[in-house]
Ligand binder design. Structure first.
Ligand SMILES: Nc1ncnc2c1ncn2[C@@H]1O[C@H](COP(=O)(O)OP(=O)(O)O)[C@@H](O)[C@H]1O
Ligand SMILES: [Mg+2]
Length: 406
């Protein structure tokens, strides 16, 4: 019998140290169950002391040998477009594995489109939100794929249910790295896994074996974009899904997308095309989407996505101190300034965030900040809506201070 968590139950979660240098202990209260399946349970949990909420994913396993879920718990990605994963704990006595991730108080894309829908009074406003969601989703994929160039991380189960999205597109986060291919994965773990993605979203070529390939995620991402823009699954009923799994032309031919710019349809069609004709890299998709949005004058509508402007007129001089070292980047319009601890401060390329702890960015004439690492805490913040001179943060005992914004 599985020992499911009860709502209201307290539980001391201690991160397994095997995969992780630092220890992390959190006294949790299990607040609410979000879903329960035969061998899985999802719970919203809360830190009893700080009140911070978490999403706990519990996997039950009679045979402790067959635990494979620690794969997700090993994922460490720091991007605003990817869920934060804090780690995993094997509860040997109760034969369960608990992975703790950032709680995202939003719907997944599937629920969002079937329930509240995308925000916007007009079709055009809704479309703009769709573009924003699409770009953030693609940047999230680019983030994990670009960390290890020679053996990229592959999600392997991209689908609408695994993308958390707010109705206005401000929050977009890829979740559920259960089936991830990690560069240092251990083969014996891989052989145990039976799932190879989700029918209707997985490229049938990859259904019958374990070959990690960027092409696999690009295919699924194309179908997610189709769903985002049309509100319907590309392969929707059982018959279509069965037909798709055969893996002939049908699986690689895009349906019509009524009311959607033909250029978007062209891009999505190339994402699901047979390999060879398909995009080889997600950055090519990003480049085409960006060129499309610029050509239609829509790029300006996505301030978070930062443009790399030629005119140097409109700069913010921004300086901050990490420990004893002062940095003085010039911040162009809408540029992220990701801060990576222990390395030279560096800018991201056009919005791709490589930051590990904290990131400053610019929207109009304001600087904003995103905390990306759970060990980084604001200690003094003047205005919660913008970064102000004198704001301070700490990270692992190091002080980060904003000196000047001009
Ligand atoms: N971090 C999160 N915060 C809140 N809800 C989440 C979070 N991650 C996933 N969910 C919701 O729970 C569902 C199942 O979670 P997921 O990680 O996809 O697990 P599974 O492996 O069971 O598919 C998702 O489809 C989504 O609706
Ligand atoms: Mg899922």
């Amino acid at each position: 019998m599985n020992q499911y968590f009860e709502e209201g139950e307290n539980f001391l979660w201690i991160r397994d140290r095997e995969y992780q240098g630092e220890s992390l202990k959190i006294s949790l209260k299990m607040l609410r169950q979000t879903h329960r399946k035969a061998n899985k349970q999802g719970m919203i949990a809360q830190d009893l002391y700080t009140g911070k909420k978490y999403f706990a994913k519990i996997l039950f396993c009679d045979d402790l040998d067959s635990i494979y879920v620690e794969k997700e718990s090993k994922v460490r990605l720091y991007s605003p477009f990817i869920v934060r994963i804090y780690g995993g704990m094997l509860d040997e006595k109760k034969k369960r594995f608990i992975t703790l991730v950032e709680y995202i108080p939003e719907n997944d894309l599937s629920d969002l489109l079937y329930q509240k829908g995308i925000r916007g009074d007009t079709w055009n406003q809704k479309l703009k939100v769709c573009h924003k969601i699409a770009m953030k989703f693609l940047y999230g994929i680019d983030h994990y794929m670009s960390i290890y160039r020679s053996d990229p991380v592959i999600h392997r189960d991209l689908k609408p249910e695994n993308l958390m999205v707010s109705p206005d597109g401000s929050v977009v986060k890829i979740v559920d790295f259960d089936w991830v291919h990690l560069h240092d994965s251990n083969q014996t773990l891989l052989q145990r896994r039976e799932q190879r993605g989700t029918p209707g979203y997985v490229d049938p070529r990859y259904w019958n074996g374990y070959i990690p390939s960027k092409a696999m995620d690009i295919y699924s991402a194309g179908l997610v974009l189709f769903f985002l823009y049309t509100g319907t699954h590309h392969f929707h009923d059982n018959e279509e899904i069965q037909h798709q799994l055969v893996g002939d032309d049908y699986a690689y031919t895009l349906k019509e997308m009524p009311g959607i710019d033909p250029e978007i349809r062209r891009i999505v069609a190339r994402m699901i095309a047979p390999e060879g004709e398909r995009y080889g890299d997600i950055r090519e998709v990003i480049a085409d989407m960006e060129a499309f949005l610029r050509s239609r004058g829509l790029w300006e509508d996505i301030p978070e996505l930062l443009e790399d402007r030629e005119d140097e007129e409109d700069l913010i001089r921004f300086s901050y101190k990490i420990g004893d070292v002062v940095y003085r980047p010039y911040v162009k319009k809408c540029r992220f300034v990701p801060v990576r601890f222990g390395t030279r401060q560096e800018r991201s390329q056009n919005g791709r965030m490589s930051a590990h702890i904290l990131s400053f960015y610019r929207v109009g004439d304001r600087m904003k900040a995103i905390v990306l690492h759970e060990d980084c805490h604001p200690t003094k913040i003047g205005d919660p809506d913008r970064v102000s001179e004198g704001d301070t943060y700490t990270y692992a005992g190091t002080r980060i201070e904003i000196l000047q914004i001009k």
